[in-house]
Design a protein around this ligand. Structure first.
Ligand code: PYC
Length: 309
């Protein structure tokens, strides 16, 4: 009789945004750089991604993190991030969630640790307080003041920047950044993403809107629209990195100065940067909490065992 496929996971959330760390039962992607292994994941094992994060077990908000052997020297763990529609080069809230989960399992202690990812090694510090800081990949602004035309809205100015993922960042818009307005924000950002793609930048798959924050100590509030129409409940580690790259390029934030980014649900990341040539190296700090330790069961006779297709 065919047996069920079992996958061991540890769930956490970082500022409200879920991470599902896959500990056992994932695909064997072999050795080599993680940038290569993620291609094998996509080509040969994509149904695994759908089974772990997609319905009926997951939701569009869940980001999966497959724990793998690292390739880069000096890294203790490797991690490949994925979501309801594909794969992420880097994921800031996911790094924080993975580190807090590994600490929960007793697999690391407070102090420095390095995680290998498809876009390069990430140096992380787990503080004794439970807070996690990580140095992101070199981040930079690629385009300033790109003009988009939105039917029914008119011209919208945006910046395009890299922070481990590609972002379209918008400061001047007529949207209300409130959680009660998520449906409208989602619709607006989907139209922006289409307009950015039509302008010749199909690689830009995240949209980030900024506005003032009412939270004491916070510099700004954001709404981050992710590939696949989910929104980031956290302030988004890669999105905050892209924001710092724009602030640095505009001379609005000095190296070492703190930027506090609030998310649409009210969680915060603290951020700062140092310069590296014409790019910046952001440091992002946040917290995560574990929420579940479980075994996913994929029964051979379940028509939706590998997800809804
Ligand atoms: O925190 O970098 C991040 C992130 C990307 C997508 C969802 N969260």
């Amino acid at each position: 009789m065919a047996t069920s496929h079992l996958i061991k996971i540890l769930d956490s959330h970082t500022g409200g945004e879920p991470t599902r760390l896959v500990l056992e039962g994932g695909p064997d992607l072999g050795p080599g750089p993680l940038s290569e292994r993620v291609k094998g994941f996509k080509e040969k094992h994509d149904r695994f991604r759908a089974a772990v994060v997609g319905e009926p077990r997951g939701s569009e908000a869940v980001v999966g993190a497959l724990l793998v052997e690292p390739h880069e020297k000096g890294c203790q763990f490797g991690v490949i991030f994925f979501n309801n529609v594909g794969y992420l080069g880097m994921c800031g809230h996911g790094i924080i969630g993975a580190v807090v989960s590994l600490a929960h399992l007793g697999r690391l202690k407070p102090g420095p640790v390095k995680l290998d990812t498809p876009v390069g090694p990430i140096a992380v510090t787990l503080q004794a307080s439970g807070e996690v800081s990580f140095e992101n990949v070199p981040s930079y602004r690629k385009h300033q003041n790109l003009e988009l035309y939105l039917p029914g809205v008119g011209d919208v100015m945006c910046d395009l920047a890299w922070g481990g993922n590609w972002f379209c960042l918008i400061e001047n818009h007529d949207q209300t950044l409130e959680r009660s307005n998520v449906a409208q924000l989602t619709d607006y950002c989907a139209r922006i993403r289409q307009a950015v793609s039509d302008s010749g930048f199909p690689e830009v798959d995240h949209v980030e809107l900024f506005g003032p924050s009412q939270k004491p100590g916070a510099n700004s509030k954001n709404f981050v629209f992710c590939p696949g129409k989910a929104y980031d409940r956290s302030p988004c580690g890669t999105g905050t990195s892209a924001k710092l790259a724009c602030l640095a390029a505009d001379g609005k934030l000095e190296p070492g100065a703190e930027w506090v980014q609030e998310s649409i649900v009210g969680s915060v990341f603290r951020a700062k940067y140092r310069k590296q040539g014409d790019k910046i190296i952001p440091t992002i700090t946040g917290t995560a909490h574990v929420t579940a330790e479980a075994t996913l069961i994929l029964q051979p006779n379940d028509p939706f065992g590998w997800g809804l297709h």
